[in-house]
Design a protein around this ligand. Structure first.
Ligand code: G3P
Ligand code: CA
Length: 249
């Protein structure tokens, strides 16, 4: 299993929100599709409901994927589980639900490692990190999960509570000192947007024992260039395209 990510003999492929290009993001059809496409790991996003359940959804608002103009933090799990998060993508996906993290991790166990991105949702409870770790531990997935976030304090908190679970810092831009930023959050990996990756960053990270996992790459040429620099993992909405491109390297 690839966590914590180490410099690999090949670049791993991550299915972004499952296989977001082919199925409604962050739902079971999307995760199943990613698995069928042969990804090395899947990525998903989590928020916390009003009653403390960890749900798998990208936005803090339910409007884009379910049509309901409410925030996740305002509703209970009982209310959210009734929503349809599939039909916006296509009628064939009608009935797909917003899953609990627990449901996805139970399904993934023994099948596929999971990158869990903890989102900062407007007005949401502050115990999202603690609750997420509880779910990961309850599912026995500590060794097969990486916790990542744009909120580096979340990563730091996760690593303080659960040093055995891999952690990574997400960012868009060029950090003055990426190794220092990772160390400050006790992170094992950098997760920069691909536009801010170059060979020097990869070398600097590897020399410090950090992995580099980048996103979201849908263009085969870009994927090949990143892989030639030794990037450890590439996230894609169309993981099959990246896989094909890297097979021809
Ligand atoms: O894997 C990182 C990537 O998912 C971050 O961007 O907005 O798709 O969550 P976003
Ligand atoms: Ca994400």
């Amino acid at each position: 299993m690839p966590f914590p990510l180490k410099a690999q003999d090949r670049t791993l492929i991550l299915g972004h929100r499952g296989a977001k290009g082919y199925a409604p993001e962050n739902t079971f059809p999307s995760f199943q599709k990613a698995l069928e496409l042969g990804v090395d790991m899947i990525e998903l996003d989590v928020h916390i409901t009003r009653d403390g359940e960890i749900v798998v959804c990208h936005d803090d608002s339910l409007e884009r994927t379910t049509g309901l103009r409410k925030l996740i933090g305002e509703l209970t799990w009982e209310e959210i589980r009734k929503l349809d998060a599939g039909k916006w993508f296509g009628p064939e996906f009608a009935g797909a639900k917003i899953p609990l993290l627990e449901e996805v991790l139970s399904w993934a166990k023994g099948k596929i490692p999971v990158v869990v991105e903890i989102k900062r949702g407007f007005g949401e409870r502050e115990d999202i990190v603690e609750r997420t770790i509880e779910v990961i531990r309850a599912c026995g997935m500590e060794g097969d999960v990486e916790v990542i976030s744009f909120d580096h304090r979340f990563v730091k908190k996760a690593k303080e509570i659960a040093p055995e679970i891999a952690g990574g810092i997400l960012y868009v831009g060029t950090l003055v000192d990426p190794v220092r930023a990772a160390r400050d959050a006790h992170a094992d990996a950098l997760h920069p947007h691909f536009a801010y990756v170059d060979r020097e960053l990869v070398e600097q990270a590897h020399a410090a024992g950090l992995a580099v996992s980048t996103w979201v790459v849908n263009d085969p040429e870009t994927a090949r260039l990143l892989a030639s620099w030794g990037v450890d993992c590439i996230g894609s909405d169309y993981p099959d395209r990246v896989k094909k491109a890297l097979e021809r390297l």
